[in-house]
Ligand binder design. Structure first.
Ligand code: ADP
Ligand code: MG
Length: 226
C-alpha cells in the first residue's frame, strides 16, 4: 500500500485542479437548485415530477462536488495537536445511528495514555468517516466494526478499522484510490482518493489487509508529530 500512496501522488495535481473547478461549480449549482426548488413548489405544474428528479440529480452533483473540494491543499495553519480519542468519537457519534440502520455496531478500543496527534481536524475526520462508511457499506448483513487506536514504533499512531464485510480481492486492491473506481451503484469512487491525499499531506500511510467474505482491516497510520 506504499504503492497505493505513490500512485496517488500522480493524482495530486489533477486533484488540485478538480478542487478548483468544484469550487467554481458550487455557487451556480446552489442558485440553480434554488430556482428548481421554487418551481417544484408550484404543484399545479405538469412538470412537477421532473422537478423532483432534477432536485435529486442536483443533490448528487453537489455531493460529488463536495467530495472533490476536499482534494484542495489543507492549509498549514490549520494543523493542531488533537486527542485521537476525540477525533474518533466525534466521527462515531456522527455516523453511529446511520450504521445502526444498517445493523452495524461500532466499538472503539483506545490504548491508554495515547499521545496527541498533529492534524487538520476536519480533514482527518473526513478520512475516518470515509473509511467507516466503506466498512459499513461492505457489511450488507450487518455486524461489528471495531476501531482500535494504538501507538506503533513509538512514533506512529495507528487508527485500525476492522470490519466483517465482503472484503477486497487482490486485483481490486490495486485499484483502490483510482478516481471514480467504485463497485457500488451509488458510489462515487472518490472517498479513498480524497482520503489517501489527506493522509499523504499528513505524512501518514495506509495499510489494508483483506480476506474476501471475511472482512477488511484498514489502518490509517499518522506520525505523532511532523
Ligand atoms: P465509494 O465508496 O464511493 O465506492 P471509495 O473510494 O470510498 O468509493 O471506495 C472505492 C471502492 O473500494 C469501493 O467501491 C469498494 O469496492 C472498495 N472498498 C473500500 N473499502 C472497503 C471495505 N472496507 N470493504 C470492502 N470493500 C471496500
Ligand atoms: Mg466510500
Amino acid at each position: 500500500t506504499e504503492e497505493l500512496l505513490r500512485n496517488t501522488e500522480k493524482l495530486l495535481l489533477i486533484g488540485e485542479l478538480a478542487a478548483g473547478v468544484a469550487h467554481e461549480i458550487r455557487n451556480p449549482l446552489a442558485s440553480l437548485r434554488g430556482f428548481v426548488q421554487l418551481m417544484s413548489e408550484d404543484k399545479s405544474s405538469k412538470h412537477s415530477l421532473y422537478y423532483g428528479i432534477m432536485l435529486e440529480e442536483l443533490d448528487r452533483i453537489n455531493f460529488i462536488v463536495t467530495e472533490l473540494l476536499m482534494l484542495g491543499k489543507p492549509q498549514a495553519d490549520h494543523y493542531k495537536m488533537k486527542r485521537p480519542e476525540t477525533l474518533v468519537e466525534d466521527v462515531t457519534s456522527l455516523f453511529g445511528s446511520e450504521a445502526l440502520l444498517h445493523n452495524v455496531q461500532i466499538f472503539t478500543e483506545f490504548e491508554e495514555d495515547l499521545p496527541l496527534v498533529r492534524c487538520e481536524e476536519t480533514q482527518i475526520k473526513q478520512v475516518f468517516l470515509n473509511v467507516l462508511k466503506n466498512a459499513v457499506e461492505a457489511m450488507s448483513e450487518g455486524g461489528n466494526v471495531v476501531i482500535k487506536v494504538f501507538v506503533q514504533e513509538q512514533t506512529k499512531l495507528v487508527f485500525r478499522f476492522i470490519d466483517q464485510g465482503h472484503g477486497i480481492s487482490k486485483e481490486m486492491l490495486g485499484k483502490l484510490g483510482e478516481p471514480f473506481y467504485t463497485t457500488k451503484d451509488k458510489g462515487t469512487g472518490l472517498g479513498l482518493l480524497v482520503s489517501f491525499k489527506i493522509i499523504k499531506y499528513h505524512h501518514g500511510s495506509v495499510k489494508i489487509d483483506s480476506v474476501v467474505n471475511v472482512g477488511t482491516t484498514f489502518d490509517v497510520i499518522l506520525p505523532i508529530s511532523f
